[in-house]
Design a protein around this ligand. Structure first.
Ligand SMILES: Cc1cc2nc3c(=O)[nH]c(=O)nc-3n(C[C@H](O)[C@H](O)[C@H](O)COP(=O)(O)OP(=O)(O)OC[C@H]3O[C@@H](n4cnc5c(N)ncnc54)[C@H](O)[C@@H]3O)c2cc1C
Length: 305
């Protein structure tokens, strides 16, 4: 049994928390998702290296998860190991216009740094709930900026290759995805953050946050925008004009506030959410002839939904 073997080996070699059958509903902003067969917190580079070696030798699939704020996990969970970066990857320093941060640092901490010290290049991230690692994998952003624009370098741990330094310009940034996604574990990044006018930066952040609060259903569990905007179009407007706003399936609902958000309106399952995603895709296809592509990532099996 590779999972049982891997679990026992991880428990005896990893300093961080190693759990079996950990409910992923505790680790996603949707608050849904069944158990990860193995859930491991990796606090050091040594632990990351050991975990990847053990999982590789035992043939256990793995994935890395940040705050789970762009993630829908199947109700049946994940038959592999969920890796979460801990202590050593939550540190950050600012020196001479360069912000160096571990991949587990939450974006909010970096935004606060920008707010207090008048750093440029971070304002767009205000109110985005993920980690730096998740933001880099997704090339998180808004119409006011994106993470890829500020990256100087990224350090990855690539299985079989070890620590790899990638220059920002070599990453291959695209709309809500990046060449880092699926390549390995992002451990750290250096962002270029010039010193700007602190008063102007604070005002900008406050304005962006106010806009976000007015336009998004922040009081309900979600994973942000569900679909990427098709070229030159707005997914939210397409969904709204197709009559999907407020559409429900079980506990999942197309938000009344922002049509590109599907919220957990209470007791939703992953099956409800994925079913509603398909219903919206079908309605928009029939009404507008446009295929909506999900922005959120899926973990586990959804074929039974
Ligand atoms: C209310 C709300 C508002 C949002 N607004 C925005 C927005 O304006 N713009 C935007 O772009 N997004 C937005 N999001 C989505 C989400 O917050 C971002 O995509 C965020 O960057 C994801 O980070 P995470 O740590 O939660 O990643 P997760 O959801 O945990 O993971 C997302 C992907 O990144 C990968 N990943 C995570 N960490 C690592 C790592 N260390 N190494 C390699 N891969 C990794 C995962 O495997 C997965 O494929 C919003 C979400 C919510 C709930």
């Amino acid at each position: 049994m590779p999972l049982t073997e891997a679990l026992a080996r991880l428990k005896s070699t990893i300093a961080g928390d190693v759990r079996a059958a950990e409910p992923m509903a505790r680790h996603t902003t949707y608050r849904v998702g069944g158990p990860a067969a193995i859930h491991v917190q990796l606090d050091t580079v040594a632990d990351v290296t050991t975990a990847l070696a053990v999982l590789g030798e035992e043939g256990v699939p793995w994935t890395v998860v940040g705050k789970g704020s762009n993630l829908l996990v199947s109700d049946s969970g994940y038959e592999g190991a969920v890796l979460v970066l801990g202590r050593e990857f939550k540190r950050h320093t600012v020196d001479d216009g360069l912000l160096k941060a571990g991949a587990a640092t939450v974006l909010g901490v970096l935004v606060q740094e920008g707010f207090h010290h008048g750093l440029t290049g971070l304002s767009w991230a205000v109110g985005i709930p993920g980690t730096l690692g998740g933001a880099l994998a997704m090339n998180a952003g808004t119409r006011n900026g994106s993470i890829g624009e500020t990256v100087d370098t990224v350090t990855l741990l690539v299985p079989g290759e070890g620590l790899t330094l990638v220059r920002g310009r070599d990453v291959g940034w695209a709309y809500r995805t990046s060449g880092l996604s699926g390549r390995g574990i992002i451990l750290e990044a250096v962002l270029r953050v010039g010193e700007g006018d602190a008063v102007r930066i604070r005002a900008e952040m406050e304005r962006y946050l106010k806009e976000r609060k007015a336009a998004q259903p922040l009081g309900m569990p979600s994973a942000g925008s569900v679909f990427v905007n098709p070229e030159g179009l707005s997914a939210g407007r397409l969904i709204e004009s197709a009559g999907c706003k407020g559409m429900r399936l079980g506990g999942a609902q197309v938000s009344q506030v922002h049509a590109n958000f599907i919220v957990n309106a209470g007791g939703a399952t992953a099956r409800d959410i994925v079913g509603l995603i398909r219903k919206v895709q079908m309605t928009v296809r029939d009404t507008h002839g446009v295929e909506l592509r999900p922005e959120i990532r899926f973990l586990g099996r959804f074929d039974e939904a």
